[in-house]
Write a protein that binds this ligand. Structure first.
Ligand code: SF4
Length: 295
């Protein structure tokens, strides 16, 4: 069924960036993905209003998973790609047409699990790409299986006695590999998420923003939280914004603290510029990340 949303004075400010004809969306009531998506769309609107970016140069790429469904609702050029492959696809976009700016918007299972190898090498190369990873701590779309980000000790449908593994702290990993910008927030901080995206989107090099989200229907319900609010409150208690003294000081512990904040903020040349150092391509002076960052 198609629902036509009439344009009125009460229309939402990001509505022109949404394919409203595709609503209602598939996400469960209480899911945190919408908060992250709205922060991204607000950031795009704001940067565009200030003349910093051009939405026609953005390419919105998602993989498979609940978060990956976002590309179906966003009115930007983009692609819904195979599981674990949005970063590989974004590479193709950028190398095929360096005047475009790819944004990968996907989940933890897709990016840190199945696509973990791509994530690692994109950070190592400081590839010119913004990745927004919505971390709901499990493989939600396929039934709540253990993900590399599932906290230790927490139950999942494939670890009925609790997760025996150490989880992967994706933000700390990409920071260690040399990414230009790394931040982690939770859905309790929508303004911080938006500000981070505004900072990272016009930059060069590899930028990674992780947002801890709640999946009340699969993750929360399976571990005993009866409502989205209970899970929201549980995550809020352990999500602590602070400036870590070192990478080792960044915590990812469900029972104690998951550290939030900006972990890396630098401006080293990205992969495309390292190509330009060796090959004098015609597009080298037109990389949008170089021009946008100056505005
Ligand atoms: S299963 Fe979880 S992550 Fe997926 S839409 Fe529902 S609440 Fe959100």
């Amino acid at each position: 069924m198609t629902i036509q949303v009439p344009k009125t004075a009460l229309s939402h400010r990001v509505e022109d960036l949404l394919r409203t004809e595709r609503l209602p969306h598939v996400w469960c009531p209480g899911c945190g993905i919408g908060i992250v998506l709205q922060a991204f769309l607000r950031a795009v609107k704001d940067l565009e209003a200030k003349g910093v970016i051009n939405r026609n140069q953005l390419v919105f790429v998602t993989g498979i998973g609940c978060t990956g469904r976002a590309s179906g609702y966003v009115r930007l050029d983009g692609a819904h790609t195979p599981h674990g492959r949005p970063i590989a696809y974004a590479y193709g976009v950028k190398l095929g047409n360096p005047k475009l700016v790819p944004v990968v918007f996907s989940g933890d299972g897709d990016l840190a699990g199945i696509g973990g190898n791509h994530l690692l090498h994109a950070a190592r190369r400081n590839f010119d790409l913004l990745v927004i990873m919505v971390n709901n701590l499990n493989y939600a779309l396929t039934g709540g299986q253990l993900a590399p980000t599932t906290p230790r000790g927490v139950y999942s449908t494939t670890t009925p006695k609790g997760n025996p593994e150490r989880p992967l702290d994706a933000a700390r990993l990409v920071a260690a590999l040399g990414a230009n910008y790394v931040a982690r927030w939770s859905i309790h901080y929508p303004v911080h998420i938006e500000e981070s995206i505004k900072k990272a989107l016009p930059r060069r090099g590899f930028r990674f923003i992780e947002v801890l989200s709640i999946c009340p229907e699969i993750f929360g319900r399976h571990i005993g939280f009866r409502t989205p609010a209970e899970l929201y409150e549980r995550l809020r208690k352990i999500s602590k914004v602070r400036k870590p003294k070192s990478l080792e000081d960044i915590k990812y512990d469900w029972d104690e603290e998951i550290t939030l904040g900006v972990f890396v903020d630098k401006d080293e040349p990205g992969y495309m510029e390292s190509l330009c150092e060796r090959y004098n391509y015609s597009w080298c002076d037109e990389l949008p990340e170089k021009r946008w960052a100056r505005k």
